[in-house]
Design a protein around this ligand. Sequence first.
Ligand code: SF4
Length: 332
Amino acid sequence: MINFDYIRTSTAKAAVEAKAKSASSQFIAGGTNLVDLMKKGVTSPEKLIDINSLPLKQITADAKGVLIGALALNSEVAENAIIKTKYPLLAQAINAGASAQLRNMATVGGNMMQRTRCSYFYDITMPCNKREPGSGCGALQGQNRMHAVFGTSEKCIAVHPSDMCVALAALDATVHITGAKGDRKILFTDFHRLPGDTPELDNNLSTGPGGQKGELITGIHIPANSFTKFHYLKIRDRSSYAFALVSVAVALEISGNTITNAKLAMGGVAHKPWRLSAVEKFVTGKTATKETFAAAANMAMEGAAGFGQNNFKIKMGKAAVAEALLQASQKI
Ligand code: SF4
């Protein structure tokens, strides 16, 4: 780890201005991923801008939905009464991630900004186009059991590791952002990127190498909904503190036995939360049966392609989608 400067700011404006003065500075809140990245030499910011004093911890609801401040802790969100009663899919997804200790430190904004857990990315002796563009991708011909089956490129096959983000993608959330040019909003499903030719960019925040710099996430808005049936299914190597092999977030409205509205997204399968829009259209208007769910599961994994060790994710993904739909449909 190199020496670095450290400052604290108390307003979003001051934080953005501080960032503009130093190209290699980074915002830090919980630091649960960034500090690891610095220790391993994956990233070496000259300055850390501590944003923990910014007034961005609130969780407020109205008839249009709920606004979650970017600095709300993951554990606070998962335990919040509004979230538990009106957006339980989000609470379930957050509680499926990391450990209790990490959820007590990690913020909502930081969860979105966490970087892939591809082992080549964290090992600075190995090739990795995301860490060092042009150096190659160690995972393509190497250890790729945890890697993506959708939206990959010849430059990178990494996955985004978050559980929380899968639920937010399914729930049509919007990201609130501020920067030198003012405030803007972006659909959650447009926030993270596919790797393409620029795998070093994780997201669509503007300016700066790594896509990690410049703008600041201030909050997440989730529109009000009337889903009563939901399920977050996470398949992992052990029952706690493990990243998803495959995960599925499902929210359903069912009238009688007919699905009248559906939202689905997958995790562990792509460089971003993988929304299943075609599947949502397919199941809407259909009867909630195992046959419907099996057909939806087949549709969900159309176009998936593995890289050897992760081929199992295609079969696992089908089973997970079918099971998540079934579990959601049976919620009372
Ligand atoms: Fe790097 Fe992406 Fe390849 Fe992993 S999959 S080694 S993060 S380029």
